[in-house]
Design a protein around this ligand. Sequence first.
Ligand SMILES: [Zn+2]
Length: 246
Amino acid sequence: MLSRFKICDAHVHLGRSGPWQPYSKPTIFVEELINLFDQFNVERAIVFPNPNVGDKYPETNDYIAQCVNKYPDRLVGFGRVDPRRGKDAIDEVIRFKEKLALTGLKLHPMVECFRPDHLFFDKFFAKMTELRVPLLIHTGNGFSSPGLILKVAKKYPDLTIIFGHLREGCINALKQSENIYVETSGTLPEFIEISVDIDEDWVLFGSDVPYYRYPVQIAIVDAANISQKAKRKVYCENFQRLFTAT
Ligand SMILES: [Zn+2]
């Protein structure tokens, strides 16, 4: 199934997986991913490591950089770190931005087990703002609840934050802040319609491949009752605007 729209995807995992989700096969390497992109009309995507354990993030960030070097027109590389590591986490972001030329950072407060609005992470988010590193943050339950991430967005208005998975709570965040994008993986068409109504320039298509599948994620956006113009923005144009400089 080839989408009628050219697609830019704001949420794609790449590389070897940690020991999660035995029912799915989240390990995917770059050639297989590019084949998938060609199959589904995906022109560009944000790619970042699978969730991992211990101190494996630096080596998985290296792999993302190798892939971006191989396919610079198709991939926008985001690294991962465990922000609980304080200065080490900041140093790793500096390394992957300056030495590996990755663009942004993916955070998953549940997997990395940190409460984003805790004072301990002030220094971290202040540094991300200073480095102009855009963030993609998983939203969901507990530490990943959109309300906690909204607090960070409000405290650091110059930090660009993409709220992953466009949950109901993300709509409230989108209304309240100027620096928030939402990304559609795993959402409902109704939430896309409401978000586009709030501001169609801040909604990005996301798939969460390989955890979710393109036919389903594309069908969700296709089912949203929004204008063709808004659909083009969601599928690709908003992403292109956000990453023109990269
Ligand atoms: Zn994901």
